[in-house]
Design a binder for this molecule. Structure first.
Ligand code: NAD
Length: 284
């Protein structure tokens, strides 16, 4: 996409960071494109959808139901990555690992918001991180990342006699559970306690479960309506209960965080990072 083809977006400075959005037709993809266009220091260098998607070849603005943006929707990430310095990826685990290999070859900053990644996907992202910057977070908002750090500290302070339960609610279309954010909060609680989340998590309780295991970290997922994302960390102890929480009301919050991560990644050493690194919130 040449600058002259970008209509009223065409007057961006040539030194701006070229940021691509993959999976642009998705709920988050559309937000990400808007966030790149609005961000100072950033330029939308290209957008993709999965091959065969009806948006291929169309103008992005028109495909999203608005005015033309002069950005054509493509289906080959390799071509788009070749003219970009960063790629924002909120798609599916299968698509994300393919994008991560292409992004590593092109030495792009790969910002991964996709959740539901399993060990095999994570191993492939780790390999990509040897060659390029990968910033991955189950939640890109400042508030949730602060909550993560608070959870780690509170869990470190209160002993296992405080039962930790993590509750999340999301819109009816969400396909994975618990949410990436809930798992992030669980991992922070486990880290605070010096235990492995994989050994302590209790998920999907049903029927005669027996009494709660001492030190377990429980998860409960609610789905319905158009809820953007709500999380609560409950620490229930003898005679008192602490509740830490976060409510997201606008997906642009995550999109702006992703753009911030893409800009932050420029010129960094290859490696795997998260939003605590980007936001400077990583505690000692
Ligand atoms: P969505 O289903 O609306 O969008 C996903 C998009 O990815 C779809 O448009 C799909 O066509 C596209 N896609 C699939 N395979 C592709 C491929 N090979 N190439 C290009 N595009 C492809 O879902 P959503 O609500 O936008 O969420 C997407 C992901 O982001 C989920 O994993 C969700 O949990 C996560 N998410 C993360 C955060 C965060 O802050 N980290 C915030 C919100 C959502």
């Amino acid at each position: 996409m040449g600058d002259d083809a970008r209509g009223d977006l065409g007057d961006r400075a040539g030194g701006d960071v070229g940021i691509a959005v993959v999976g642009v037709a998705g709920r988050m993809g559309q937000m990400l494109a808007r966030a790149v266009i609005e961000a100072p220091g950033a330029r939308l260098s290209g957008v993709t959808v999965r091959p065969g998607h009806p948006w291929v070849g169309r103008d992005l603005g028109e495909a999203m139901g608005g005015a033309a943006l002069g950005v054509t929707v493509e289906d080959d990430p390799l071509e788009v990555f070749a003219r970009s310095q960063a790629a924002l990826d909120f798609t599916t685990p299968e698509a994300t690992v393919i994008h991560s290999e292409l992004a590593a070859q092109a030495r792009l900053t790969h910002v991964v918001g996709t959740t539901g990644l399993e060990a095999t996907h994570l191993a492939r992202l780790r390999a990509a991180g040897w060659h390029a910057v990968v910033v991955r977070a189950g939640n890109m908002s400042v508030g949730v990342n602060l909550l993560t750090e608070l959870t780690r500290r509170v869990a470190a302070t209160l002993g296992p006699e405080y039962d930790i339960e993590i509750i999340e609610m999301h819109h009816r279309h969400k396909v994975d559970a618990p949410s990436g954010t809930a798992l992030m909060l669980g991992a922070a609680a486990a880290e605070g306690r010096g235990v492995a989340l994989t050994e302590m998590s209790e998920r999907g309780r049903d029927g005669i479960t027996g009494a709660r295991r001492v030190g377990a970290i429980g998860f409960a997922s609610l789905r319905g309506g158009d809820v953007v994302g709500e999380h609560q960390v409950i620490l229930a102890g003898p005679g008192e209960r602490l509740t830490l929480g976060h409510i997201a009301t606008d997906r642009m919050l995550f999109a702006r965080g992703a753009v911030r991560a893409a800009l932050w990644g420029q010129g960094r050493e290859p490696g795997e990072y998260d939003m605590l690194d980007v936001l400077g919130l990583r505690g000692g």
